[in-house]
Design a binder for this molecule. Structure first.
Ligand code: PMP
Length: 284
């Protein structure tokens, strides 16, 4: 990368080009970007790249905080300051800096723009060879079992829930089975007072709280079945609750327009919360 970049209003040296640790782009991948090539002052497909940038921003409800004219001026400044003739320019806009929280509802943030440029050798333009490739299953992003910060689908889901005054969004897979919440594991209690939560089949995160709650239940002779369950089973369950490190065991009493347990906190959910919190008192 070249020496000078643009970071949130300032032209900075490479070593000072830093982003706040609570930038949502860093936390969640809550950001969009473009890369544009240029040669001797001429950009390749500039307008099309900017159009796509605006489209991506709109899809995420992020407003570009400056005009597209100003953006072009800044891009040209970065290139000039680095005295680059042929290379690429990287444009990134994140939602901004905020205390970590999935939902962005009610956040009035200033989006952070960063622009950097990379010089390329002119040979790159003229010399080329035939290359090889491999094939892979398209799994973008199909690895929810990995606890990565790539959380864009989760934050979009949580924000939709938040806008509907719901605490959590529950994901359903293509076969109508429940996977997990946007930031939690989901459990149901059936009419035999057995607990059901999805098995670790790669489609959910292996929640630490999920595992502790499972242990608490088993110690107290409550049967735990780890298997897929459908949306219908969810909506007709005796009780439903979610688990996560920060929500412990939290009963769910309404899903979409259906009441669960007549809208009341269930007995088993309540005792599991107590058992879990008690177990945590001596977990170290
Ligand atoms: N699933 C997802 C997608 C999550 O983000 C979380 C919270 N980290 C969980 C499940 C629950 O995991 P844990 O009990 O380890 O917090």
């Amino acid at each position: 990368m070249a020496k000078i970049s643009y970071v949130d209003g300032l032209y900075l040296h490479y070593k000072d080009s830093k982003i706040h640790i609570e930038d949502r782009g860093y936390h969640f991948g809550d950001a969009v970007y473009e890369v544009v090539m240029f040669n001797e002052g001429i950009f390749f497909d500039y307008n099309e790249h900017i159009k796509r940038l605006l489209r991506s921003l709109k899809s995420l409800d992020i407003e570009l905080p400056i005009s597209t004219n100003s953006l072009k001026i800044i891009i040209n400044n970065v290139i000039k300051k680095n005295r680059i003739v042929f290379g690429s320019v990287y444009i990134q806009v994140s939602r901004g800096v905020a205390q970590r929280n999935h939902s962005y509802k009610n956040l009035t943030l200033k989006p952070i723009i960063i622009i950097s440029t990379t010089e390329k050798n002119k040979d790159y333009l003229n010399n080329f060879v035939g290359v090889s490739a491999i094939t892979l299953n398209d799994n973008r992003w199909a690895r929810p079992d990995i606890k990565t910060t790539q959380l864009l689908p989760n934050i979009l889901a949580k924000t939709i829930a938040d806008k509907k005054s719901a605490y959590e969004a529950i994901f359903i897979d293509q076969y109508d089975y429940i996977t997990e919440g946007s930031s939690s594991n989901i459990w149901i209690v059936n009419y035999d007072n057995q607990l059901i939560t999805r098995n670790l089949d790669g489609q959910i995160l292996s929640g630490i709280t999920r595992n502790s709650v499972k242990k608490c239940a088993m110690k107290n002779n409550i049967k735990v079945l780890e298997r897929k369950f459908s949306k219908h089973e969810l909506l007709t369950a005796k009780e439903v609750f979610l688990t996560s490190a920060t929500s412990f065991v939290t009963p769910i009493v309404k899903i979409d327009n259906s009441s669960i347990n007549n809208g009341l906190i269930g007995e088993l959910s309540c005792s599991l919360r107590e058992l879990y919190l008690k177990a945590m008192k001596s977990s170290n």
